[in-house]
Design a protein around this ligand. Structure first.
Ligand SMILES: [Zn+2]
Length: 542
């Protein structure tokens, strides 16, 4: 299951409706800022402990009193959204502040804050700028569920086929509620499991209804999703240059994933933005692709999407497992022809050459690829260590700084292999993955009583296996049972620093091995392969 976001525009809302939307967005920001200020001491305590609480734990910082005080802002319909928004803001603040200096989240400032800044004898410029930038700034509204009686839902006019959005904005006590009469000439039917018509009542309602403007593509997506309204999940309402948009999350079934036949690595190129290498699972080098800047001028995001679509297209055609650089740190040591001066425009040209993609853009691209791959029915892309990626020889694996001594050409100082520098990164990705796949988790044996003790010291695992022809199978069964209990495959397995990199890596390897016997090697087992032994015995019989 993946989620897709459809962004639709609220079609020309009247001045009153626009005003109401802005008012609620402002109140929402104000309420959120109130929660942030209120919990600041508690958050700072957590910060000083250096731990990272879960989203649920963060939400629990907001006690009953805090939530009750939100009624002042008339935020009853948005209590859950505010809790979630709060937890996400604090969560990212805490995780970011581990690695860099981060200021406490600020979403809304008012006259009082501005006055404070300008009345101070020596105002801090950075603080003044952030205070001004958030001055009475409306905040995106989050609607947590699709429901005909709360949050948000869609309606369709049976006469014109046009979509309408029904958005709950006010609590029952609010005097902003309005009577809804415009629909007299419409036949608005809910997009819901039990599709009924919208009732026009003579009372003031807690919601507003907006016609929706959307293009052909978006309309198709809505039509498709409307077939099963359970697919509609959450929505965000935001304002850009005076226009209001609703971004709706829609769940989509993913096509079933086929077993890949090839490997496709994509890495930053040396004098082109990106370079792709396609290899077979047996190390056979098939093809390489050089991606260049898009022909027609486009913005930053569109450019990344064009490349992402090309990568997915190639992967689909060749049924590939996609591999990418896990650029946690800048360790791939790619030294590209950099332009003179501190020029950092989208396409950096130097002496007629187009330089590689920046690390930041590459990371953005890596975030786009996984969901596009899921949509295309491709297996989940795998990040590969980027450590010294461009200094390693793809042929023999020799890794040295002297491997790269001609610009644009890599020559291995050990085996003499030479290749275009562009190819090196992406080809090494596929090679590294292939090597990793071939590596086994080693277990050693020692005799003990009427059997052997099979162990791995890093994993701190020890199993006793009785002497028989099926020792390897017995061991695998015991190990499988242990994995099932300690690190079940169906659950996510995030890195835990207390475990250490080495142990984590081995456990991941074991989890990924299917069958388990493919991922392990037992050194010194008397009867290594039970099949061979039993075959031998059956042949030895007269
Ligand atoms: Zn070499």
């Amino acid at each position: 299951m993946i989620t897709k976001t459809v962004t639709i525009q609220l079609y020309e809302p009247s001045q009153t409706k626009s005003g109401l939307l802005l008012l609620v967005m402002n109140r929402y920001a104000k309420a959120l800022q109130y929660l942030l200020d209120r919990c600041r001491p508690a958050v700072e305590d957590i910060h000083s402990l250096g731990t990272l609480p879960t989203q649920y734990e963060l939400m629990r910082l907001l006690d009953k009193d805090a939530l009750a005080s939100l009624n002042v802002f008339e935020m009853q319909p948005f209590k859950d959204s505010l809790k979630l928004d709060f937890a996400m803001l604090i969560g990212s603040f805490l995780s970011l502040s581990h690695t860099r200096r981060t200021s406490y989240p600020l979403v809304y400032t008012d006259d009082e804050d501005i006055g404070e800044i300008f009345s101070s004898a020596s105002p801090v410029i950075a603080k003044a700028i952030s205070t001004l930038s958030k001055y009475r700034s409306p905040r995106t509204l989050l609607f947590g569920r699709y429901d005909t009686n709360r949050d948000f839902c869609l309606l369709r006019d049976e006469l014109s086929g046009r979509y309408y959005a029904k958005i709950y904005l006010f609590p029952a006590s609010s005097n902003l509620r309005r009577t809804y009469t415009e629909s007299k000439r419409l036949a608005l039917k809910y997009i819901a499991e039990d599709a009924s018509y919208l009732e026009t009542r003579k009372q003031r309602e807690r919601y507003l209804i907006f016609p929706i403007a959307c293009g052909k593509k978006q309309a198709d997506l809505l039509d498709e999703a409307a077939k099963d309204p359970r697919n509609f999940r959450t929505a965000r309402l935001f304002c850009r240059s005076g226009k209001f948009y609703l971004a709706i999350c829609i769940a989509q079934d993913t096509p079933s994933v086929k077993k890949p036949r090839t490997l496709l690595g994509f890495a930053r190129g040396y004098d082109c933005p990106l370079h792709l290498s396609l290899t077979g699972f047996d190390d056979t080098f098939a093809k390489s692709f050089r991606l260049t800047e898009p022909q027609s001028p486009c913005d930053e995001t569109a450019r990344l999407h064009i490349w992402a679509n090309t990568i997915i297209g190639i992967a689909r055609e060749n049924e590939s497992q996609i591999l990418y650089e896990g650029l946690a740190r800048r360790t791939d040591l790619l030294r590209t022809p950099m332009p003179a001066g501190r020029h950092t425009s989208a396409s950096m040209t130097s002496q007629g050459k187009i330089a590689s993609l920046t690390v930041a853009d590459y990371k953005k691209l890596c975030r786009i690829i996984p969901y596009k791959a899921a949509e295309a029915g491709l297996p989940k892309p795998i990040p590969i260590s980027s450590s010294r990626l461009y200094q390693t020889c793809p042929s023999c694996g020799h890794c040295s700084g002297s491997n790269r001594f001609l610009p644009g050409l890599m020559i291995c100082t050990k085996c003499g292999y030479s290749a275009d520098s562009n190819v090196v990164g992406s080809l090494n990705l596929t090679r590294r993955f292939e090597n990793y796949r071939k590596q086994r988790v080693l277990f050693t044996c020692r005799a003990q009583g009427h059997g052997v003790c099979i162990e791995n010291l890093v994993l701190n695992l020890r199993f006793f296996v009785r002497s028989s022809f099926r020792m390897e199978d017995d061991f695998c069964a015991q190990l499988e049972k242990h994995l099932e209990e300690s690190v079940p495959r169906e659950k996510p397995f995030p890195y835990d620093p207390a475990m250490g990199r080495q142990k984590y890596g081995l456990l991941r390897k074991l989890r990924a091995s299917d069958p388990l016997s493919d991922g392990i090697e037992i050194v010194g087992l008397p009867c290594r392969n039970s099949k061979v032994v039993s075959q031998y015995f059956s042949e030895a019989k007269p």
